[in-house]
Structure formats: C-alpha cells, structure tokens
Design a protein around this ligand. Sequence first.
Ligand SMILES: NC(=O)c1ccc[n+]([C@@H]2O[C@H](COP(=O)([O-])OP(=O)(O)OC[C@H]3O[C@@H](n4cnc5c(N)ncnc54)[C@H](OP(=O)(O)O)[C@@H]3O)[C@@H](O)[C@H]2O)c1
Length: 307
Amino acid sequence: MENIKSVLITGANAGLGRECARQLALTSTIEKVYLGCRSREKAEAALTALVADTGRNIFEIVLLDVMDPGSVRTAVSNMKAPVDAVILNAGGTGGRHPTALTPQGVMNIYAVNVQGHVVLIDEMLNRQLITSTVLYAGSEAARGIPKMGVARPALKDASVNEFLNIAVGRTFTAKSDPMDAYASVKLTAALWMSSMARKNPYLRFVTVSPGGTTGTNGFDDMPFLKKLMFKHIGGVLMPLFGMMHSVETGAKRYVDVLTNTKFKSGGFYASKEGSPTGKIVDQFPMFAALANEEFQDNANQAVHQLV
Ligand SMILES: NC(=O)c1ccc[n+]([C@@H]2O[C@H](COP(=O)([O-])OP(=O)(O)OC[C@H]3O[C@@H](n4cnc5c(N)ncnc54)[C@H](OP(=O)(O)O)[C@@H]3O)[C@@H](O)[C@H]2O)c1
C-alpha cells in the first residue's frame, strides 16, 4: 500500500465508489483521491461531504462520463500527473433501456460497464499515467448466482465475434432479462482485465466484486419486479440471510484488494459459490472460461474493436 498514494475512482459520487473514496482517505498513506464523475453538481456535493466525513482535503474532481468515449479522452488529456491506481467502479444495470444502443453502436449496459473503462485505461497507458494497479468492479453475475436467479453466461465459442455480438446488442434484446446482459458484459470485462494483465506485466490488473451490496442506487433502473426483489426485499431481508452486506463492507473489498498483493494480477476475486457475501476467493476454479487465455484475448480484441 505504501506505493499507492493517489487513486482515481470512476463513479465516485455515490454508492460503492464514494464509500471507497471515504475509506481510502482514512488511510494515512493516501495523498490524493480523484473523483471520476459525470455530473459536476453531484461531484461537488460528494467532495464536500467527503472532506467533512474524513477531515482530509485530498479530493479532486475529474469530470468524465464513461458512456461517452470523447469525454473520457478529454478527461485523460487534462490529467496533470500520473496516478498510482485506478478503480473502474462506475457501472450497473444500464439505466432504463440497458440493451438500447449508444451513438457509438454498443448497448448502454456495455458502454457504462466496459467501453468507457477500456478507453480510460488505454488513454492512460498511452500517456504513462498509471504506475501500479487497475481494479475493475466485477460481479458474481459473471459466473452466475443461481440462488438469486442469475444464470451463468452461456458462451458458445467465446470467439471475438461472440463478444462483439454481446456488446453491439445482437445477443440481447429489449425483451431479454437485464441481468443476463449484465452478467455477459461483466464477464467480458473480467476476461479483458485478465488479458490486459498478461499484456502489461509491469502493472496489476485485478477484478474484484464488491458482492451483494445494499444501500446503493445500483438497482434503481431495473424493471419493477427485479428492483423489488434486489433493492427493496433484498435490501431488507437479504442481509438477514447473509445474502447482502453494507456498502462499507462492499467497498472494503476494493480497498483490501488494492492494498494486498496476495490478490494476483489477472485474477478475479469475488464471493464463494452459494453466497454473494463473505470472504472473497479466486473465481477461476468455479468457471473454467475465466482462466482460458484464448477467451481472455478474444474478449480483449473485441472490446478494442469497439473503441
Ligand atoms: N451493489 C451491488 O450489489 C453490486 C454487486 C456487484 C457489482 N457491483 C458493481 O459495483 C459498481 C458500483 O455499483 P453501486 O451499487 O455503487 O452503484 P450506484 O450506487 O448506482 O453508483 C454508481 C456510480 O457510478 C456512476 N455512474 C453511472 N453511470 C456513469 C457514467 N456514465 N459515467 C460516470 N459515472 C457513472 C454514478 O453516478 P450518477 O450518480 O451520476 O449516476 C454513481 O456514482 C458497479 O460497477 C456495479 O456493477 C455492484
């Protein structure tokens, strides 16, 4: 951790991103936390609250919308100094129309979880603006969560084309379960991260799921029944059954992985099978596709064809 003094967090004005910013600021070795946010107003409100909560005036706003590659490129071109770590946290279930296409021709749910982050990391690497670690906010959905009715993504051949089809909305339609699209884009991202780890051995690239986390806005745009299940019923009942934990516990997973090199570059760490909370473990033994280097490189090739 001593070598990590500055951290950029995307989606830092709310939920897990903001809580992670708070926890990092309470770590004495952290000297700067960049709040990557799309709304200046929300970012300023978060910054004020974070300074008050932590007593540390170490926050700086970086305006970026991960659904708009142009805004991400502009944000990087304005960066004055390298950061030690980047936490790719912005994301979620893709708004009210997760499978609708952006002006760049990818699904909203793909744009918010994957595309903007691919652009961010490429641009930062090109300008040598990352010195240590990239963390991606993955999800147990990427390998399926049967207890919560989330199926494991059904890969056919994990070819470049299959990942392209997921991204550009040929695999999922407006009638698809948004959790299926979410699981597939989070899987694509985890594979991209593992491929990036091999291609950039001087940096750490780690995917970590915050786990089933209540008290965030993450389920707000889901269809009524899903929102009822995951946010309202889930937010109240699931913690009682150990199926969800607090935002403090979820964000602590990011901090733990950031600070502990036992979590290996290229790895994907998330909850044990059977529960989306508790200790984090290596996900590769649960789903062989995650460890397949050809699949990882195919996902990496596909995500780069779309930027
Ligand atoms: N909560 C869970 O149970 C859970 C489980 C597994 C994984 N995750 C992952 O954890 C991450 C954080 O989730 P959360 O539950 O904390 O969600 P959240 O409360 O909805 O917070 C999401 C954050 O991302 C920002 N954001 C959304 N779209 C953006 C965009 N286009 N550009 C820049 N920032 C954007 C939001 O900003 P605005 O306020 O402007 O919308 C907000 O700050 C997500 O990647 C999610 O997939 C969550």
